[in-house]
Design a protein around this ligand. Structure first.
Ligand code: NAP
Length: 233
């Protein structure tokens, strides 16, 4: 039987590319985000290539506990959870509004924890994998804006500590720390933009870490010079 991957934020950007990549690797898919049309576009794209996959589109706002729990009741089995939710606020804390503070904590931190909690027993049952997409801003020494950077650090710390908690359950938690990604492009676009990681390279490296026999906790991926660099911890 095929494995099932739950991919949050799969209506756009990196999450969409990850869903396509996981579909190409034979995973049945559950696609989650708020915008139903975007999720359906992702599903149609994957179905075109892989008509036999089972693909569920489940729109939800995962900052709401009730929606995370309802979604979980519709998913019988989870082998892989890809936590891809975030907003984007790149200015400093002095100019951040109270709304931006709440939105950032809710999207970057809370939403990813709520869906992880809602699906956790199913992930444990299948000795599954949790992938958290963080950012090179998600490490304490990053020269990042305090609001977004600290929320990413919180998501990162959650992944590292959860990985330790779940070691005895044989669940692997992998944090991914990419530098800038050409996230508005297409997974099959070969164009290499200066200082950016191509979606196809990012997805390939993440799937490599999933398929690795070795237990991996953190993958740092950058393309700041001429070549893609991958550091695995
Ligand atoms: N782009 C980069 O250069 C880069 C670099 C390093 C790390 N990252 C990280 O990679 C992840 C994806 O980034 P991206 O650039 O691909 O951005 P994106 O396209 O904006 O992806 C974010 C996704 O999260 C979903 N989302 C947001 N709030 C949600 C909520 N409350 N409930 C459910 N879904 C929600 C959005 O869909 P809806 O709006 O439909 O809900 C969207 O599909 C983020 O964690 C980002 O920080 C990105």
């Amino acid at each position: 039987m095929n494995k099932t991957a739950v991919v949050t934020g799969s209506g756009s950007g990196i999450g969409k590319a990850m869903a396509i990549g996981l579909g190409r690797n034979g995973f049945n898919l559950v696609l989650i985000g708020r915008n139903k049309n975007n999720l359906e576009e992702t599903a149609a794209r994957i179905k075109d290539e892989k008509p036999n996959l089972d693909i569920k589109v489940l729109p939800a706002d995962l900052t709401k506990r009730s929606e995370a729990i309802t979604i979980s009741s519709k998913i019988p089995k989870v082998d892989l959870l890809y936590n891809g939710i975030a907003n984007w606020v790149d200015h400093d804390f002095k100019s951040a509004t109270f709304d931006e503070i709440e939105e950032t904590v809710d999207a970057v931190y809370k939403a990813n924890l709520l869906i992880t909690k809602a699906l956790l027993q199913k992930i444990i049952n299948s000795r599954g994998i949790i992938i958290n997409i963080i950012s090179d801003w998600g490490v304490p020494e990053a020269d990042a804006p305090a609001l977004f950077g600290s929320a990413k650090n919180a998501h990162s710390a959650f992944g590292i500590m959860l990985g330790k908690e779940l070691k005895s359950n044989d669940v692997n938690v992998i944090n991914i720390y990419p530098t800038d990604v050409t996230s508005k492009g297409d997974i099959d676009d070969d164009t290499q933009k200066a200082g950016q990681i191509r979606l196809k390279d990012l997805v390939r490296e993440i799937i490599k870490s999933i398929n690795s026999k070795r237990r991996i906790a953190q993958v740092h991926i950058s393309h700041l010079g001429k070549n893609l660099e991958v550091a695995i911890v």
